[in-house]
Design a protein around this ligand. Structure first.
Ligand code: NDP
Length: 231
């Protein structure tokens, strides 16, 4: 399969690139800094199966150019993993909240996947059976609304809604859509104390794409092991 991954240069995106390439897929590694991204990705064992694509999810021009580049050089794609994300304004009270940072959070975490799907969906529709994986977070669940994570949590809740809407839109077109909680994992965002390993999460996500798991969930918001997440 040919698979686009955003934010592929570090953290979960890098782990997804590694696992996908190891499993024999052609990875289109979306990175906003092509030079820095190439450096890290080229160290991977299966780097020959990885093509770098310049892609900043906050810029529609960049996403459109990336889609045109992929269409011209590779044709269709089989899956999109909207992985790029940012965590800002954690533990801020509403009185102290910087609204520009909230907007930036939505720009990356929600509008980013929207831009990518908008411009890459035609390439996905060329395949027989495709997947869209939006990397979400348990922070977006109502059960975790502790009252101090307005920017990140709200953007992920909205991403879950976008995923559900999209799922219903493309169901007839043989495209499966999931909003996936990756677990608390060791990355720059997750920190060194996180219990989870991004490689294990990446394996779970590829099991979903490869349809090795039967997912029994009313909604598309699920854990990386395929079990339903609370809305
Ligand atoms: P990291 O902070 O380690 O990596 C974030 C990635 O997103 C980087 O590759 C970064 O690129 C990229 N990125 C940020 N902004 C943009 C942009 N405008 N355009 C393109 N790429 C961008 O995060 P993780 O790997 O931990 O997170 C991956 C996903 O998993 C995110 O969606 C996150 O919300 C989610 N998640 C993570 C959890 C965890 O415990 N780590 C828990 C729950 C969810 P650059 O290097 O250029 O900045």
């Amino acid at each position: 399969m040919r698979i686009l991954i955003t934010g592929a240069n570090r953290g979960l995106g890098l782990a997804l690139s590694q696992v996908g390439a190891e499993r024999g897929h052609h990875i289109l590694a979306g990175v906003r800094d092509a030079e820095q991204g190439r450096g890290k990705l080229s160290e991977l064992e299966f780097s020959k199966s990885i093509s770098i694509v310049s892609l900043d999810v906050t810029k529609e021009d960049s996403v459109l150019q990336a889609a045109n580049f992929v269409k011209e050089h590779f044709g269709s794609i089989d899956a999109i993993i909207n992985n790029a994300g940012i965590l800002l304004e954690r533990d801020k009270t509403i009185e102290d909240l910087n609204l520009e940072e909230v907007q930036l959070s939505f720009d990356v975490n929600l509008f980013g996947p929207m831009r990518v799907v908008k411009h890459f969906l035609p390439l996905l529709l060329m395949g027989d059976s495709s997947s869209i994986i939006n990397i979400s977070s348990e922070a977006g669940s109502f059960e975790n609304a502790y009252g101090g994570d307005y920017a990140y949590a709200s953007s992920k809740t909205a991403l879950n809604m976008f995923s559900e809407q999209l799922s219903n839109y493309v169901k007839e077109k043989n495209i499966q859509v999931y909003a996936v909680h990756p677990g608390w994992i060791q990355t720059d965002m997750g920190g060194v104390n996180a219990p989870g390993n991004p490689i294990e999460t990446a394996k779970g996500i590829f099991d979903l794409i490869e349809k090795r798991k039967i997912v029994e969930s009313k909604y598309c918001f699920i854990n990386h092991d395929g079990s339903p997440m609370p809305i």
